[in-house]
Design a binder for this molecule. Sequence first.
Ligand SMILES: [Zn+2]
Length: 125
Amino acid sequence: MRANRCVDTAPERALRAALHARGRRYRVNHRMVIAGVAVRPDIVFTRQRLAVFVDGCFWHGCPSHMSWPKSNRDFWKAKIDKNRERDREQDRLLRTAGWTVIRVWEHEDVENALARIQNVLDGLD
Ligand SMILES: [Zn+2]
């Protein structure tokens, strides 16, 4: 079982360190309220209005790594489905409010994620 999604995960720390090393400044767990809904992306670039989420493979139902627990399958299925629904709703709210949203899987190569973020930032700077 993965650690709770609220804790600072290793992939997230690696990504933040890489961004920091490139001189990027961002906010961590910056709470925003959009259309009355609280949204807390993992990494936020306020000026460029870019929100980055680092999604855990288990909690967000990664198609490549999802392995369902053997017991309480229905419970977990419902829970993960709900998380995914919430992810999509948050993306929708942010985009409607003029934000760009990037979702990074925790399994994703840091350099790869970094390149995706840099690309968007370069276009928004
Ligand atoms: Zn994965």
